[in-house]
Design a protein around this ligand. Structure first.
Ligand code: MN
Length: 133
């Protein structure tokens, strides 16, 4: 057993997010484990860019209120306690509501093929997309 102290929380990169997002890693899924786990905190209005996970993703909302959307689906409100599962390869985004913070834990399985990225990142979610226009 080991106790790990968190290093300083890094900010999520502008290439992956709109707005202020902070990410604390929990585990990077060292072999033989396969799941990468993080806590992600979104300020109001902040959200991911469009992206897809090679082996899918589970989100567990731990605080606040947020929004999520799959490509060609409706925007869905999410809140603390919700579990959101996204299948492998489905393009989607997730983030805070316009007027609330939102924190979630991400559980992301590593890509099955070695060397493949576990997440493909696409365009930022525009303000119009975020508003559902
Ligand atoms: Mn995702």
């Amino acid at each position: 057993m080991e106790v790990h102290r968190q290093p300083a929380t890094p900010k999520g990169p502008d290439t992956w997010f709109t707005g202020d997002v902070w990410i604390d890693g929990i585990t990077s899924g060292e072999s033989p484990a396969n799941a990468r786990v993080s806590t992600v905190r979104f300020t109001p209005g902040a959200r991911t860019a469009w992206h897809a996970h090679a082996s899918g993703q589970t989100l567990y909302v731990t605080d606040g209120q947020g929004l999520t959307q799959a490509r060609s689906g409706d925007i869905v409100a999410i809140r603390a306690g919700d579990v959101i599962t996204t299948p492998a390869g489905e393009w989607h985004w997730h983030g805070a509501a316009p007027d609330h913070y939102m924190s979630h834990i991400t559980i992301t399985e590593r890509a099955a093929a070695p060397g493949n990225p576990e997440t493909d990142w696409g365009a930022h979610v525009t303000d119009a997309e975020y508003r559902g226009e």
